[in-house]
Design a protein around this ligand. Structure first.
Ligand code: ZN
Length: 207
């Protein structure tokens, strides 16, 4: 096939059309690059703080149903809106003699449900304020975390303050292995950011 000369380029297109295509291509490139630089801005400690809040979390309902989901600002999950069922982040009991330990010695995990929480008709978690003496008694009881398995064999009224504190200290947030791994990565990233900031500060001091 014989090509005509000058008026067409190597794509066989008239020059003005090619110029428009090149301009469109360049414009697209600029848009892509700016989107790219937005996503590649250096991560800050605030980014890491946000990521820490959303690591995989084991949630447990009051009746023992377990759900793994990302952490959220509510620190709770609505499981069944109609029934008003809420799942709470899991805690574990580190008491070596906890009767809830599994046959293989795994710690007992349990929820710590807020007695003042409920589910609104819109599906949101609502926390009401305590108002009555009974409410304040409930509040005090809620504030002192207790493993339900250990509680069944304790006699709190006769315990020393030290023993009571020990039972409380045995209750710790349960961290899933995947979350522990992610939190370690975020700790390392946070330390690297701090080191870079220190380096920049020292460079400024040297000038
Ligand atoms: Zn226990």
């Amino acid at each position: 096939m014989r090509r005509s000369n000058c008026s067409k380029n190597s794509l066989g297109l008239p020059s003005p059309l090619r110029a428009r295509m090149v301009a469109a291509f360049l414009a697209a490139l600029v848009v892509a690059q700016s989107a790219c630089s937005r996503s590649e801005r250096p991560r800050t400690k605030d980014d890491i703080f946000q990521d820490r809040l959303t690591v995989d979390t084991l949630y447990i309902t009051a009746d023992g149903q377990q759900i793994t989901a990302p952490g959220n600002a509510d620190r709770a999950l609505v499981v069944d809106q109609a029934a008003g069922a809420i799942a709470w982040p899991a805690w574990r009991c580190d008491n070596p003699a906890c009767p809830g330990r599994s046959a293989t010695g795994e710690p007992f995990v349990f929820p710590w449900p807020d007695p003042f929480a409920s589910v609104s008709s819109a599906g949101a978690i609502v926390i009401r304020q305590p108002v009555s003496d009974a409410d304040f008694k409930t509040m005090d009881d809620y504030a002192e975390q207790k493993c339900p398995q250990c509680l069944a064999q304790r006699n709190i009224a006769r315990e020393s303050d030290e023993t009571r504190q020990q039972y409380k200290n045995w209750c710790q947030p349960h961290v899933l292995p995947s979350a522990a791994k992610r939190l370690a990565e975020l700790d390392a990233e946070s330390a690297a950011i701090a080191a870079r900031q220190r380096e920049r500060f020292e460079q400024r001091q040297d000038k």
